[in-house]
Structures are given as structure tokens and as C-alpha cells.
Design a protein around this ligand. Structure first.
Ligand code: HEM
Length: 469
């Protein structure tokens, strides 16, 4: 196992504090009381056994200014959130199957990545490449297809503009003086610096998305919904026809839902794929074992498909083990108590911010053997079959569990199998291994790293990989 000396991350510090103060402890962030929940038993008790108490979201000024508490991710727990989430969740499930399945779209993106990797391999050779832009484009395109019915060429100007705007917006919110908006909300209106830029970014994203919603409205065919926007517009019409006067299904609300899908669905999935590649570079023996399994089950000339998933337990176990160790959303999204409650011997007042420490569950020594060690075999039984473990929760648990879990799992499986089927990833000669620690912004991302990519037989002999679009 690679060992490194380094400072602890804030998530690790919060996890270590539980050893001193117990699995439920409180902190003050400014004047706000926050309770941090640690370990499997405590998280399960709060989020699964007491969902009516622990499923609300706090009002975070910078986020409220931008989301107006609409959409799903930051919407208050209640009937509007429930209806919107139920509809979007059901719609997302449609994209896993049938006519609207996203599988061909994901495979098409992977076909592009394969071509780009081959090109970069010839151009850069032993100098290696940064895999992040390729993965970001492919993942963003899946959300674009699902939500907006549009795939973009990775060099498309409009697509690049949208990605740049979103990346810049996030960067400003997390990593600039604009975080002070949380303490002094009026700063948002300052006519200079990052505050002014933030408002401009927001305006540009609004114009972009509103234009797309308008184009959908004008070309809507009720018999052939193309994407989530079409399905949402049809639901709006259905509710109007049924005389629902106070329906929350409006074009305004739809706008915030699209924003949520981009924010919640791109960074998380991109960073998960990047972490998996990162661990494959650090553990070439595991990479080799995954490739052998892919070769034996799928071969080298057929593109992976979701029907292969059950036959690739070691690959699945490897993906899960990387997710266990890296937890891209380590502190979930802040929750809030909707009523005063007695919990684990403490009185927690209504309106307390709750931080579910998912990282602590994945490193909990009472449920995992040697939790700091990378060992995919922990997810397999003696016969090599996949084991489901309830204390594996990278997508959270309870009523606020990730809405895109199924889509994300599909993307991770197809991307990882396709990348490792076509290529071998290695550290560039003479470079030290990248730090294991990662960078914590909105999600936990690996520090930027460089990999050398060599095509495996199917790609290097120029044979077309057969994709069933
Ligand atoms: C919420 C993880 C991908 C949509 C969450 C939460 C986590 C999470 C930990 C917070 C749960 C809580 O607050 O207790 C992940 C990971 C992903 C991923 C690890 C990728 C590997 C996606 C995708 C989408 C999505 C692809 C949609 C396209 C959402 C939404 C919420 C959410 C809408 C908010 C749910 C609510 O508040 O009701 N996700 N997510 N996520 N995720 Fe994901």
C-alpha cells in the first residue's frame, strides 16, 4: 500500500473528532449550531429510522440566492420537494431502459474518448496525458442528452461555453471571497469583482437554459418525448388540464431542476471515474485483474453492455472499493432537523444543521476490516460473487438518498469497463505517485494527475469495436 506523509483533510479531522467526542457531536459555524453524525449505526438511525426529523435542508444564503430553494437538491423537505423528486426519479428510471435508454449515448461518448485517447497516445507518448477533460466532456454529454436531448461535439462552442460557465460558477461559490455571501448575503449585490462576475455567470446560464426550454416548448410532440424537459412540459400540461391550480410544475421550477441535474450529476460522476483510473494506476496488479475479467467475459471486440454487469463481479467490486475509499460527497449535502428531537441522549433543536459524515461510515473499523486498505476482494464472497453491504453508502441513505444513483452506477460501469478494455493506464516513468489525499471543493476530486495510455490489442490493431447503438 502506498504510504504518504501529509496534513489531514477537514473530513479526516471531523472523523477523528468522533474518537474524542463520540459519534454525535456539535460544532458552531459562526452562530449556526451544527451536529456531525458519524459511523454506520448513527447515520442509519437518523436518516433511515427517523426520516421525518432529519430530511430537511438548511437555508444557506449563497445557495438560496441562486436556487431560490427550488429544484430538488436544496428544496425544503415537504410536499413540493416530494412531488418534484418523485416525478424526476421516475423519469430518470426511464432513461435506464427502453427507447429512451442512455446506454447508447454513454457508449457513443466512450467511442469518442477511445478515439481521442488513441490520438493523444500517438501525440504525447511517454509524456502522458491529463484524463480529466475527456471524462468531464463525456459525463456532461450524458446529462445534456438526458435533460436537454442534445449531444454536443466536445469542441462545440456552445457546449464549451456551458461547461465553462458552470465550472466558473462553482469555482467562485466554493473558492473565492464570494463564500462570504453566506455571512453577509448583501455582498452578492456588490458591483465589482467576483460578486459581479457571479451574477453575470448566473445570467448567462439562465439565458442558455431558458432558450433551450423555449425551443422544446415550440417543438413539443406529446407522442414522442425526447428528454426530461419534454417529459416535464407534458406533466405541466397534464396538471393544467386536470385543473391543478397550485401545481408546482412550472417552467420556472423546471429551470432549477435542470441546474440541479448538472450540478449533482457531472462533478460527482466525473470525479468517481477519475478516482477509479487513479487507483488503477496506483495498483497495476488490480488493473490487470480487471482487464483479464473483461477479456474473459466481453472479449476485446464487443463494447461492454449493462447485461455484462452481473458477470463482472471483480470489476464491480473494484469500482465499489474505490468509491468506499474516496467518497466523492464525503459529508453528503447538509441536512436539517424539522423538529426538536431526542437523539442518542442529546436534545437537538429544530433547525439544527446536520452533517452526515459518510466518510466516517466507509472508514468505520467496527464494520470494515482494515478500513484504510484498498482491497476490492472485501466485496466478494469465497466463490467470487459480489456481496452487497448496507454500510457501503457513497450515495447516502434515507429519503434524501442520491436521486441519480442508478444512472451514476450505469455510467461508472460502462466507462470503467470500456476504458480498461481498450487501454492500459500507467504512471509516467520517473514521476512520483500522485498524492492520495485529493482536493475538496463541492466534491472530493483527485489532485490533477498525468497517465500514460497504451492501447490494448483491440484498439491498436485498428479493429472497430462493435457497439450496439
Ligand atoms: C444527492 C452522491 C451522481 C442527482 C446526492 C447525495 C450524495 C450523492 C451523497 C446526498 C445525499 C444526502 O444529502 O443525504 C452521488 C455520487 C454520484 C452521484 C457519488 C456519482 C458517482 C448523481 C447523478 C445525478 C444525481 C448522475 C442526476 C443526474 C442527485 C440529486 C440529489 C443527490 C438530485 C439530491 C437528492 C435530494 O435532495 O432529494 N448524491 N451522486 N447524483 N444526487 Fe447524487
Amino acid at each position: 500500500q502506498p504510504v504518504e506523509r501529509r496534513n489531514k483533510t477537514s473530513v479526516e479531522v471531523l472523523t477523528e473528532m468522533a474518537k474524542v467526542y463520540g459519534n454525535v457531536y456539535s460544532l458552531f459555524a459562526g452562530t449556526n449550531l451544527m451536529v456531525v453524525l458519524n459511523g454506520y449505526e448513527v447515520l442509519k438511525d437518523a436518516l433511515s429510522n427517523h426520516p421525518e426529523v432529519f430530511s430537511d435542508r438548511p437555508d444557506i444564503p449563497a445557495i438560496t440566492i441562486m436556487t431560490k430553494r427550488k429544484g430538488i437538491v436544496f428544496a425544503p423537505y415537504g410536499p413540493v420537494w416530494r412531488k418534484q423528486r418523485k416525478f424526476c426519479h421516475a423519469t430518470l428510471r426511464n432513461f435506464g431502459l427502453g427507447k429512451l435508454s442512455l446506454e447508447p449515448c454513454i457508449l457513443q461518448g466512450l467511442d469518442t474518448i477511445n478515439t481521442q485517447l488513441l490520438h493523444l497516445h500517438k501525440e504525447r507518448g511517454a509524456a502522458g496525458i491529463d484524463p480529466a477533460p475527456l471524462i468531464t466532456n463525456a459525463v456532461s454529454n450524458v446529462i445534456c442528452s438526458m435533460a436537454l436531448g442534445q449531444r454536443f461535439h466536445h469542441e462545440d462552442k456552445e457546449f464549451r461555453t456551458l461547461l465553462n460557465l458552470m465550472a466558473r460558477g462553482l469555482e467562485i461559490c466554493v473558492n473565492s471571497p464570494a463564500v462570504l455571501i453566506n455571512v453577509f448575503p448583501l455582498l452578492y449585490y456588490l458591483p465589482f469583482g467576483v460578486f459581479k462576475e457571479l451574477r453575470q455567470v448566473e445570467r448567462d446560464i439562465t439565458l442558455f437554459l431558458k432558450r433551450i426550454i423555449k425551443a422544446h416548448r415550440e417543438s413539443l410532440d406529446p407522442e414522442n418525448p425526447r428528454d426530461l424537459v419534454d417529459m416535464y412540459l407534458l406533466e405541466m400540461l397534464a396538471q393544467q388540464a386536470a385543473g391543478e391550480k397550485d401545481s408546482s410544475f412550472t417552467e420556472d421550477y423546471l429551470f432549477y431542476i435542470i441546474g440541479d441535474l448538472f450540478i449533482a450529476g457531472t462533478d460527482t460522476t466525473t470525479n468517481s471515474v477519475l478516482w477509479i483510473l487513479f487507483y488503477m494506476v496506483l495498483y497495476p496488479d488490480i488493473q490487470d485483474k480487471v482487464q483479464k475479467e473483461i477479456d474473459a467475459v466481453i472479449g476485446s471486440h464487443q463494447a461492454p453492455s449493462m447485461t455484462d454487469k452481473g458477470s463482472l463481479p471483480f470489476t464491480e467490486a473494484t469500482i465499489m472499493e474505490v468509491q468506499r475509499l474516496t467518497v466523492v460527497v464525503p459529508l453528503a449535502i447538509p441536512h436539517m432537523t424539522s423538529m426538536t428531537t431526542e437523539f442518542c441522549g442529546y436534545t437537538i433543536p429544530k433547525g439544527t444543521v446536520i452533517i452526515p459524515n459518510l466518510w466516517s461510515v466507509h472508514r468505520d473499523p467496527t464494520v470494515w476490516d482494515e478500513p484504510d486498505h484498498f482491497n476490492p476482494a472485501r466485496f466478494l464472497d469465497q466463490d467470487g460473487n459480489l456481496l452487497r453491504k448496507e454500510y457501503f453508502m457513497p450515495f447516502g441513505i434515507g429519503r434524501r438518498v442520491c436521486m441519480g444513483e442508478q444512472l451514476a452506477k450505469m455510467e461508472l460501469f460502462l466507462m470503467v469497463t470500456s476504458l480498461l478494455q481498450g487501454f492500459t493506464f500507467r504512471l509516467p516513468e520517473g514521476l512520483p505517485p500522485p498524492p492520495l489525499q485529493g482536493r475538496f471543493g463541492l466534491t472530493l476530486a483527485p489532485s490533477p494527475y498525468t497517465v500514460c495510455v497504451s492501447p490494448r490489442s483491440s484498439i491498436s490493431d485498428g479493429t472497430e469495436i462493435n457497439i450496439n447503438y
